[in-house]
Design a protein around this ligand. Structure first.
Ligand code: SF4
Length: 241
């Protein structure tokens, strides 16, 4: 399945501990842009666009990562979200991953015909530390969705997931923080997440080490281009078929 990114709007408001070194802010600052100014992008209706032959520009079977330079459930996007849901509703032949820290807003922002969820949508909750696990996981567990995942990135503390609340979660992804001010990611936290996934029958992926990676009591500075490679070298991903 091919992957693409669809950013119907751009910009965000910092919301929790994981946002401290947000890559959208870093990237925008580097080009003199204000990431807190939220605007609808030119690709707002991308999933609906067709070529001259009348065929969809995004081909069937494509995996679409939505809102990667914002948060789909951002309050500033309330006026645009229903139109974005329309784009998603009309494309059951694609798969959309929607990542959010604002799970508390989801239930009021879902479309009226969402019912138990749409098969073409995976809702993904970001949980960066134990505090946010305690706040977000009970809310996320109660949300109706056909597909659910959790992303612990940047992973900032050890996290104990209450096992019953992982019911229905298909995958947990872990990763460290990148950038010059990256906070440390401890490999023991990653391994602890993996053990919890194994026990719960949830798939697990160690996506990247981050820029400051603590292993066996030693903190390593990992260059950006090696962060994914080093994580994959650990060989600790888990799949359940
Ligand atoms: S929610 Fe995501 S995009 Fe928004 S400020 Fe936080 S890290 Fe950045």
């Amino acid at each position: 399945m091919a992957d693409i990114i669809w950013n119907p709007w751009h910009g965000c408001e910092k919301f929790s501990e994981g946002c401290q070194n947000c890559y959208v802010y870093r990237r925008d600052e580097s080009i003199g842009k204000d990431a807190s100014a939220v605007y609808k992008t030119k690709q707002f209706d991308l999933p609906q666009r067709r070529d001259r032959a009348g065929l969809y520009k995004i081909k069937a079977g494509t995996h679409v990562f939505a809102c990667m330079t914002s948060d789909f459930f951002l309050p500033a996007a309330d006026d645009w979200r229903q139109d974005a849901w329309d784009c998603i509703r009309r494309r059951p032949d694609l798969h959309f991953s929607i990542i959010t820290k604002r799970v508390a807003r989801c239930v009021d922002c879902l479309p009226s015909d969402w019912r138990s969820g749409w098969p073409q949508v995976t809702l993904i909750c970001t949980i960066e530390n134990q505090r946010q696990c305690d706040i977000r996981l009970p809310v996320f567990a109660a949300l109706p969705a056909v597909h659910k995942e959790i992303i612990c990135e940047p992973l900032l503390t050890d996290i104990d997931f209450p096992q019953p609340l992982l019911d229905g979660v298909e995958k947990i992804t872990a990763g460290g923080e990148s950038g010059p001010d990256a906070r440390v990611c401890d490999y023991n936290w990653v391994l602890h997440l993996r053990r919890q996934c194994e026990k719960a029958g949830v798939a697990f992926s160690f996506k990247q080490t981050g820029a400051r990676f603590l292993k066996d009591g030693k903190c390593y500075a990992i260059p950006r281009e090696k962060q994914h490679i080093q994580a994959k070298k650990a060989g600790i991903d888990l799949y359940f078929y």
